[in-house]
Design a protein around this ligand. Structure first.
Ligand SMILES: [Zn+2]
Length: 942
């Protein structure tokens, strides 16, 4: 081409760079938003609109963010931004969970490393160190969250350790106290001897553990079944350390039991010839094998109900274990394992405790908080339960009670923090009753009123609420909100006095929860109560009660928010955690859920579906992705994933997001490049546009509808896929491709060019807005190219109102045929190009055989218009059958294409091969259209 023509072609031009360089762009944008105070501008802008409140589930302030945090917060941000741009006021207050064992554990670790003893440190000093630790990590996490582009009230977040929050938590537990729902019970709870505290279900992990198993004889003293005279009942247990706490035995009423006599015993075994033993009939073989019983005869058959009421001696009778061991009946006894007779230690198992309580059996205090036996326990005082299995077995052997000893590997509860095995232990704990005041029923009713996304969350939460025991809210720790209760020393009853509660709340609001530990009781008890009569509870609250109360001190207390929340959004494990505790807290104090809807997302796994772990080397840290590629890439990964299930991430997956990002960026760049100098006079109304351009407007109207649906369904994944396909398939590979010639070569004021530029302007308006919640940095970058004002931001916009009149189903159906036709034609030309028979598609003039459907779709189009759709210089529709070697595409029947060469001269400006090249005077090497355009260009230049 000659230099003259080059200057008359309007190639795209924009300052929006091809290469993103997000690492440099994103911090610059963050600084811009900070300087202009974007968050406040968004609030001002949305003033008076309906509120959408996504209440932040607080992350725990004890380390750098991991990829799960990034997923969670980005999802929240996408939803908030979408709501804000849909016309709501979506104020977002991020928060942190600060109290609890993990931080306490860290500080204790530091003490241990420094050779300090926690018990020597005043509790207020210890609590201050925990508070400083939490603050330190809040500041780090805050910066890391902001770097991800999360918009929110970062200057005024909530924390569970703020004095006002602690005071409200005290007020909340006070409501349960005053209503009678909070009670002190004596109960076997999951206990960690290492951390010296009761654990919540969410704090328990199950791991394989090797335990010693023992078969133990309990000699019969008396029985309703006379044949049992002189026999022993046989139990089997995997926790030998609970034998000192044995107080009963259980059988299944309908299970078949037998009395056997040992006739032959293996040498070196513990079975004795002539002894009589009782066990389940189905378990004779395994018991015989374990105990070395090589021969036996059955003396009697009976069912469990026949031996209920049998009294045995504890194996260590005569050594301090003088009580009777009664045989009770229990539904949970089975004959699938062991001996069919269950040893009952009411202080060391939930079922054992209940059975003991129901039958008036003593619940002994056997094991202290550190896992050692109390001083009053005969034979084992001071010994640790973890280390006593062999000694128990030995003492049983000496007493003639051990029949067998073995090992078993089984799933056993461990502390999620210390990884140490747990025990059930009888302790005094505080409980919120599920049923005293109808809390269970209220919570179940609230679940019915709540929207769950996905819907499966409803039954999950319902199942948990239906079957859960009373909520154990006490922990024997220091870093938390105290259970601010006084207990009457003589009656054991908690003091329920609203005036006392109010004094405590005031003190905590002013001085923090430390006030409970450091003040004289009289400060709270006042003149009405004699402080000598009361004991102050020093347990702290389960942290789940803290976070379950956030709705009270965040949503209710802040006028800019509202209660209940529109949405709670967390990982699917929070049915057991935050969704659950918030529901109970709110139903117990306010009679309904603190949320209208609950959305759950899956967990992040490595590419192969494995859990991420340092040892496997497959951990993807959000900080590294951001540093290397940019936060927008991580944000794309979130919306491009189906987060209703577990998500995968790996360097390869990140790379595919970079490719997706590049396509989106190129789309924006193409639009910007071709919109340079667009002015309102160019704008063409839709009715005056060619069909192709109206088809793009139709697609915009469709996507607009999708966008508005998603704003209420939160299914962003599908929407993002649609948007990405729109940019890639509808725009880049189709519309932009076809309209390149019009944009570059047409006269400035051609109708086609004006139509296309008008469409591009609409595309810019819609795409920057729709992409803003997803790639918040890049959308802003693009927006500012055309709207450079100091106070401008894409994030201050709402989604544009796309005219519904743009929707045109008939047009869409017609154009789906045309696109199919085009696919076959371009497929044929692709082959020609590959065979080097043509250089560009503009050298082609295909002969098209097509069914009526396609011919009708193109009715009214000129040959030039159809050629431009195919990017050829001409096209002919042929009648009659197509030659056998014509090009066809299997899934698009009814079309066959014979590629042909265009006849004419190549225009030196637009490269089309046309018959009218050189027909305009003075323009011998260009076509008529181009001659026209060049004339305009010269006029424009003058
Ligand atoms: Zn031309």
């Amino acid at each position: 081409m000659t230099a003259d023509y080059k200057s008359t072609i309007r190639l795209p031009h924009t300052e929006f760079p091809m290469k993103a360089n997000l690492r440099e762009l994103e911090p610059r944008m963050l600084e811009r938003w900070r300087t202009m105070n974007l968050f406040q501008l968004m609030r001002d802008d949305a003033k008076g609109r309906d509120k959408f409140i996504l209440h932040d589930g607080p992350p725990y302030a004890n380390g750098h963010l991991h990829i799960g945090h990034a997923l969670n917060k980005i999802l929240k941000d996408v939803i908030n931004r979408t709501q804000q741009m849909s016309g709501k006021d979506a104020n977002y207050v991020p928060g942190w969970d600060c109290h609890g064992l993990p931080i306490e554990w860290k500080i204790e670790e530091q003490y241990r490393d420094a050779g300090k003893n926690k018990d020597d440190v005043p509790i207020s000093d210890f609590r201050r160190e925990c508070r400083e630790f939490a603050n330190h990590w809040i500041n780090i996490q805050r910066e890391e969250f902001k770097r991800l582009g999360i918009e929110g009230d970062w200057d005024n977040p909530y924390t569970t350790m703020a004095y006002a929050a602690e005071a409200q938590i005290v007020r909340e537990i006070g409501k349960f106290l005053l209503s009678g729902s909070l009670y002190r019970g004596d109960k076997a709870v999951m206990w960690s001897p290492v951390e010296k505290t009761a654990l919540a279900e969410a704090e328990i992990e199950y791991h394989d553990h090797t335990s010693t198993t023992i078969h133990v004889r309990f000699p019969v003293i008396s029985s309703p079944r006379p044949s049992l005279d002189g026999a022993s009942l046989l139990i089997w247990t995997t926790t030998p350390w609970t034998i000192p706490a044995n107080r009963a035995m259980a059988c299944g009423a309908a299970i078949d039991y037998v009395l056997i006599e040992v006739t032959e015993a293996a040498e070196g075994g513990l079975a004795r010839t002539g002894e009589k033993l009782v066990m389940a009939k189905n378990l004779i073989a395994p018991v015989a094998k374990a105990g070395g019983i090589t021969g036996h005869q059955v003396l009697d058959h009976f069912c469990g109900a026949d031996i209920v009421g049998t009294v045995c001696a504890h194996p260590w009778r005569g050594q301090g274990y003088e009580f009777n061991v009664r045989v009770l009946q229990a539904d949970y006894a089975t004959d699938e394992e062991g001996t069919g007779l269950v040893h009952i230690a009411p202080g060391h198992g939930a079922e054992d405790w209940e059975l003991g309580m129901a039958n008036g059996i003593e619940v002994p205090q056997t094991v202290s908080e550190d896992g050692t036996y109390f001083a009053h326990v005969p034979m084992f005082a001071g010994k640790h339960v973890y280390k006593v299995a062999d000694e128990v077995a030995e003492a049983l052997t000496t007493a003639g009670a051990l029949l067998a000893k073995g090992k078993i590997v089984h799933r056993y509860p461990h502390s999620w923090r210390s990884k140490a095995p747990l025990i059930f232990r009888n302790t005094a704990q505080w409980f919120i009753s599920m049923d005293t005041n109808g809390l269970r029923d209220a919570a179940l009713a609230a679940i019915d009123e709540t929207k769950f996304v996905p819907e499966g969350g409803r039954n999950r939460l319902r199942g948990m609420i239906e079957s859960r025991p009373d909520w154990c809210v006490s922990r024997q720790r220091a870093w938390g909100v105290p259970i601010t209760v006084f207990v009457d020393k003589t009656t054991g009853e908690p003091l329920r006095d609203p005036a006392v509660l109010e004094r405590i709340v005031e003190a905590v609001a002013a001085e923090g929860a430390d006030a409970w530990f450091t003040s004289e009781p009289s400060r709270f008890l006042g003149d009405d109560h004699d402080d000598a009569r009361y004991e102050r509870v020093t347990d702290i609250l389960d942290v789940w009660f803290d976070s379950g109360s956030t709705h009270a001190f965040v949503l209710e207390d802040r006028p800019e928010l509202q209660w209940p929340a529109s949405l709670y959004l967390e990982g699917s494990d929070q049915h057991r955690g935050w969704f659950h505790s918030s529901l109970l807290e709110s139903c117990g104090t306010r009679g309904r859920a603190p949320y209208d809807a609950v959305l759950t997302h899956g967990f992040v796994m490595a590419q192969d579906g494995q859990k991420m772990s340092k040892s496997l080397g497959n951990v993807v840290a959000p900080q590294e992705v951001v540093e290397q590629f940019g936060a927008d890439i991580l944000r794309l990964w979130v919306v491009d994933s189906d987060y209703s299930e577990d998500l995968r991430i790996s360097p390869e997956i990140i790379k595919s997001q970079v490719d997706i990002y590049r396509r989106l960026r190129n789309t924006l760049r193409y639009i910007l490049g071709n919109l340079e100098g667009f002015d309102e006079n160019e704008r063409l109304e839709a009715a005056k546009m060619p069909e192709l351009d109206r088809w793009v407007l139709h697609r915009l109207a469709q996507l607009d509808e999708r966008m508005r649906q998603v704003a209420s369904s939160y299914q962003f994944h599908g929407l993002f896929v649609d948007l990405h396909n729109f940019c890639t398939n509808d725009l880049s590979a189709f519309y932009f491709d076809i309209r390149k010639d019009t944009l570059y070569c047409d006269p400035v004021h051609s109708r086609e060019r004006q139509a296309c530029r008008t469409v591009l302007d609409n595309l810019f308006s819609c795409l920057t807005a729709w992409l803003a919640p997803f790639i918040c940095f890049t959308a802003e970058e693009a927006w500012l190219v055309r709207n450079p004002g100091e106070h401008e931001s894409i994030h201050l916009r709402q989604f544009p109102q796309v005219p519904q009149s743009w929707k045109n189903a008939d047009l869409a159906a017609k154009w789906s045929h045309i696109r199919n036709l085009r696919r076959v034609v371009t497929g044929a030309l692709e082959l020609e190009r590959a065979a080097k028979r043509i250089g560009s598609s503009l050298q082609a003039h295909p002969i098209v055989h097509a069914d009526d459907t396609y011919r009708q779709a193109l009715n009214g189009f000129t040959e030039a218009e159809i050629s431009s759709l195919f990017i050829t210089s001409g096209v002919t529709f042929a009648d009659g059958p197509a030659p056998a070697d014509a090009f066809r595409v299997d899934d698009i029947p009814g079309i066959a294409v014979v590629p042909g060469q265009a006849v004419g001269e190549k225009c030196a400006r637009c490269w089309k091969v046309l018959a009218d090249v050189g027909t305009k005077p003075g323009h011998l090497d260009i076509c008529g259209r181009c001659a026209n355009a060049v004339g305009h260009a010269l006029v424009a230049a003058n």
